[in-house]
Structure formats: C-alpha cells, structure tokens
Design a protein around this ligand. Structure first.
Ligand SMILES: Nc1nc2c(ncn2[C@@H]2O[C@H](COP(=O)(O)OP(=O)(O)O)[C@@H](O)[C@H]2O)c(=O)[nH]1
Ligand SMILES: [Mg+2]
Ligand SMILES: [Zn+2]
Length: 122
C-alpha cells in the first residue's frame, strides 16, 4: 500500500477499473485512510459483486492525487447509440468521411482511409 501511495502523483487522476466486487472501493478507502467510498460484500452463491457503486466518483487523497472510482463492469459491449459511438471515436469518424466506400466496414475496402491510418500505426 505504501509503494502504491507513493506512486500516485498529486494533481494526476487515476481510474480504478475492474469487475464489480474486485475491491476497487476498498482500495480507495485504504488509500484514503478512511471509509469514503461504499463497499459491499459480494453475493453469496455466484460470488459476483452487487454494483454498490452505481456512479463514478472522484476522490482527492490527502497527497493531492485523484482517484476515480467506477461501478464495476460485468461485460463490455457496444450497446450505445450510433451517435454516442461516433462521438467517442470522433477521430475515426473524421477519417471515415474520407473513405472511397461511404458505408464500408473499414476492414479492407479499396481507398479506406481508416484502414490506411491504422496501418500507419499512428
Ligand atoms: N479477501 C479479500 N476481500 C477483499 C479485498 N478487497 C476487497 N475485498 C472485499 O470484497 C468485497 C467487494 O469489495 P468492493 O471494494 O466493494 O468492490 P468494488 O465493487 O470493486 O468496489 C467487499 O466485501 C470487500 O471487503 C481483498 O484484497 N481481499
Ligand atoms: Mg465499488
Ligand atoms: Zn473505410
């Protein structure tokens, strides 16, 4: 815990990511030195977390480092709206507007600007 605390720099924000019940909020509390984020026993039966943390929350440690506690993830999917995806990946959306095929899959069409950019590795 001491090594972890020392590695967290003031004015930097660190995000805790992990499955529900992994111990993210417990870690926030330990680092802070008191109970500032609610934790919850994992469910008896399947041992999964209960999603006690339902929203993201920012906690500033006495050292000035900032922790972002998040609700656990049970899975990751692309279930947001098309506009939300376009917003999140706006760089790709701009590139896609330069593709020769306008409603392509960007997986290998001739003249695909997205693919070209990815292949450049930048
Ligand atoms: N055995 C063990 N239990 C832990 C550890 N860290 C957290 N827990 C327990 O795991 C449960 C879920 O912790 P919580 O911090 O709420 O998980 P979160 O959903 O990732 O925020 C609680 O009952 C904690 O007391 C750990 O390092 N070891
Ligand atoms: Mg939590
Ligand atoms: Zn394309």
């Amino acid at each position: 815990m001491e090594d972890l605390l020392l590695s967290l720099r003031a004015r930097k924000t660190y995000m805790l990511l992990g499955f529900s019940g992994a111990g993210k909020s417990t870690l926030v509390n330990r680092l802070y030195g008191k109970e500032i984020s609610k934790t919850q026993e994992v469910r008896v039966g399947d041992g999964k977390g209960r999603h006690t943390t339902t929203s993201r929350s920012l906690h500033q440690l006495p050292s000035g480092a900032i922790l972002l506690d998040t609700p656990g993830i049970r899975g990751v999917g692309m279930n947001s709206s098309a506009s939300a995806i376009a917003e999140s990946f706006s760089d790709s959306a701009v590139l896609a507007s330069h593709c020769r095929v306008h409603d392509g899959s960007h997986t290998g069409e001739i003249g695909c600007a997205v693919k070209r950019h990815c292949n450049q590795g930048s």
